[in-house]
Each structure stands twice: as structure tokens, then as C-alpha cells.
Design a protein around this ligand. Structure first.
Ligand SMILES: [Zn+2]
Length: 63
């Protein structure tokens, strides 16, 4: 007799988009939360973000 573990739990992350803050408008690189530099409020009330793109080595506004 053996015990079956039942359903195998596989937590495969589809992709890490949930932790992404956007893409670099210059090169399209995915920008992670660790690259975020500053948040600010836009004139229309939305939150804007500046992040550092490691590929471009520049501060960009993620799209
Ligand atoms: Zn870039």
C-alpha cells in the first residue's frame, strides 16, 4: 500500500508581469520594482513613475 500525494502542487509562475512596473519606452525592456526611482502625481491625478532602465542606462518613464 502506498499513499498517493493527491494533486501535485506546481506553482509555475506564468510570467512575472505582476511585479513589473512597465516597459522601457526606448528599448522595451521589462522594468521591475527595484528599478523604480520615484513616483509622482500627474496633473490628471494618475501616478507617474520614473525608473532606471539598465539597458539604456537612463531614467525613463515606463509604459
Ligand atoms: Zn531601455
Amino acid at each position: 500500500m502506498y499513499s498517493e500525494p493527491g494533486q501535485t502542487r506546481s506553482s509555475i509562475p506564468m510570467n512575472s508581469d505582476s511585479s513589473s512596473i512597465g516597459q522601457c519606452p526606448e528599448c522595451g525592456s521589462e522594468l521591475g520594482p527595484g528599478q523604480k526611482l520615484i513616483e509622482f502625481e500627474e496633473s490628471d491625478g494618475t501616478t507617474g513613475v520614473f525608473a532606471e532602465c539598465y539597458s539604456c542606462d537612463e531614467v525613463v518613464r515606463p509604459e
